[in-house]
Design a binder for this molecule. Structure first.
Ligand code: KIV
Length: 265
């Protein structure tokens, strides 16, 4: 059996140009345990507010909730590098960002935090990394801008925006981010951004020419069946499997075929 070695910041950076990195989200110990040792890193994404909490966007999740879910993921995935998303409004200045990131480090065993923002958040990334917090950046389509931008808007459509995204990536790399999530960006732009920096770019809806991919677990395993974003590949029909199994259980209860003689004490 191949022994899985937990990634480190330097092994993640060294993967760039050598092999593709895979990241998946998880929100609880049960699924984190299933993903443990299979992926390079697990992201406790604030997308949990939507897929787990049933909300319309990510904005209302709190630091306490993120810490609760991150603890659960850390309990389930002991061999995987874990990243905790910093919620909306928890990194508005250096002091607030450090207090919240410090709470993540002190109350969980997460290896890094992720914050959304480019040039405008480089000072926060620098403050955190200068104070021994490992930071993953997140640029391009930033879900925490959902309300202010009036929806999820694809980026990298014109040369001015591409230039601005390259500057964003360079600014947060220079500030100390060891990895950057790039979301909802035209593939040609994603390629240029990936080539412009020395740290891995992990794409979601950003095409193939990036250093790795991230998907939300409930999308890729088909548990969210109302809507499938174009960039998602469904590896399982989770929702249908669960519904069918629950229907079978209800049928067995009604038929009085469950429990059987083997299923009693
Ligand atoms: O919150 C999340 O799950 C994310 C991914 C979409 C990258 O930030």
């Amino acid at each position: 059996m191949q022994q899985f070695k937990k990634q480190t910041i330097s092994s993640i950076i060294n993967a760039k140009g050598n092999r593709k990195l895979s990241m998946i989200t998880a929100y609880d110990a049960l699924f984190a345990k299933l993903f443990d040792g299979e992926v390079d890193f697990i992201l406790v994404g604030d997308s949990l507010n939507m897929s787990f909490g049933g909300k319309n966007d990510t904005l209302s999740i709190t630091m306490e909730q993120m810490i609760y879910h991150t603890k659960a993921v850390c309990n389930g995935a002991k061999n995987t590098f874990i990243i905790c998303d910093m919620p909306f409004g928890t990194y508005t200045n250096e002091k607030i960002a450090f207090e919240n990131a410090m709470a993540v480090y002190q109350q969980t065993s997460a290896d890094a935090v992720k914050i959304e923002g480019g040039k405008n958040k480089a000072h926060i990334v620098k403050y955190l990394t200068d104070n021994s917090i490992a930071v993953v950046g997140h640029i391009g389509l930033m879900p925490q801008n959902f309300r202010v931008e009036g929806g999820y808007k694809i980026k990298g459509k014109d040369s001015q925006n591409i230039q601005s995204l390259i500057e964003d990536a360079k600014a947060i790399e220079a500030a100390g981010a060891f990895c950057i999530v790039l979301e909802g960006v035209k593939p040609d732009a994603a390629k240029l951004i990936t080539e412009a920096v020395g740290v891995p770019i992990i794409g979601i809806g950003a095409g193939i020419d990036v250093d790795g991919q991230v998907l939300v677990w409930s999308d890729m395993l088909g548990f969210f069946d109302e809507f499938k974003p174009k960039f998602v590949r469904k590896y399982l029909n989770g929702a249908q499997l669960v519904k069918k199994s629950v229907q079978e259980y209800v049928r067995d209860v009604n038929d009085k075929t469950f429990p059987s003689d083997e299923e009693i004490y």
